[in-house]
Each structure stands twice: as C-alpha cells, then as structure tokens.
Design a protein. Structure first.
Length: 204
C-alpha cells in the first residue's frame, strides 16, 4: 500500500500549533532543494560583496522557518512559492546591505536592529551599544538558553564558519532546530525593543 505523505498545509499547521519537530524536518527536507536553487541565482552577486556561498547556505533553517512562520494556509499561494520569495528577499537583503559585516559584534548589532530606518540609525549612533551591553540584557532574561543561542551564533570560536549553524546550536543546547530559532527570535525582539526605546537603560 502506498504511503500517504502529509500535505504542506498539514505540516505547517502542526509546526505552528504544537512546534512539531518531525513535521518541520519533513517540510524542510521536502523544500530545501528549492532554497538552494534560489540561492544559486544570487551567489555571484553575493560573492562580489564578500559573502561566501556557505554563509548563505548555513541560514537555510532560519529562512525556511521564517517562511513557515509568515505563511498563511488560506492564501492561494503554494508554500513552495512563498519560500522561494522569502529566499529571494533574504539573498537580496544580504547583497543590498550598505556595509558587509566586518566582525561578529557589528553583525550582532545589525541583526538586532534589523532595519534601515532613520530612527533606528539615530538610536544606534546615540547609544553606541557594544557586546557587553547586549549580553547584559540577554543574561537577565528568565530563559537562559536565549543568551547561549546568541553566544553560539556570533561568538563561538569552535566553529569553522563565521556563524554557527542552527543545527549546531540546537545540538549544543540540547533542543530542536526550530526551538533554537524561536529562542533567537525572542531574544532579538527583546533587544530591539530595549535598544530603540527611550528607556533603554532600564532594567528588564
């Protein structure tokens, strides 16, 4: 008897409702070729900006997870089309960045702010945040895994690549890839809120 494979919409629903890691793995495996194919179109342009192919490929799980999080099942668009667009804009975002990340601290700050708006740049210039300030905030969060995720992502010296992969981080903190990305997004949201707030010096 032929095995029935669950539809993308079913997998996405399970991921969103219960954080089903098996559903995430199946969906990611099903569409990872599309991710790589879309990235290949932009690799030559990325290379001229000093961005290596592996730097892009290492963010596969992050891009797929963001596509899952933002996808609406009631849309007429297929998930594969949605993922293709998310991958496209991810690559263009890297290529069109005003400055290529010079080191981990600069990259961390840009990821936290995640915006090119005038207001954000003014805040960045005003406060001159550094790594110590960032982790002072993260270390005060109740979920200590968030700080660990950021340290592994940007400052782990044992990884050969510039940024640790999500699967590597998940293994280090003994959780799923999906959970590791969720923790990262929670930390980024909190940091952005604190940094862009007039009360950014307050205690959490």
């Amino acid at each position: 008897m032929k095995k029935i494979t669950p539809a993308d919409s079913t997998l996405i629903r399970k991921i969103k409702e219960s954080g089903c890691n098996e559903s995430y793995k199946l969906l990611a495996t099903r569409h990872e070729k599309l991710f790589y194919k879309m990235c290949q179109r932009y690799i030559p342009a990325a290379y001229t900006k000093g961005i290596k192919k592996q730097d892009i490929f290492n963010d596969k799980d992050f891009v797929i997870f963001k596509a899952i999080s933002s996808y609406k099942n009631n849309r007429k668009t297929k998930f594969s089309t949605w993922l293709g667009n998310c991958t496209k804009y991810y690559c263009l975002g890297l290529i069109n960045a005003n400055n290529r990340y010079v080191n981990s601290e600069e990259e961390l700050l840009q990821v936290i702010l995640d915006s090119q708006s005038k207001q954000i740049h003014e805040q960045e210039t005003k406060y001159k945040f550094d790594k110590e300030y960032v982790f002072n905030i993260l270390d005060k969060l109740k979920d200590k895994r968030i700080s660990k995720v950021f340290k592994l992502r940007f400052f782990d010296e044992t990884t050969e690549c510039k940024k640790a992969t999500w699967s590597f981080i998940a293994k280090k903190i003994k959780t799923s890839t999906q959970t590791a990305i969720n923790l990262y997004n929670r930390g980024k949201k909190m940091l952005r809120k604190k940094i862009t707030s007039k009360e950014s010096q307050d205690m959490i």
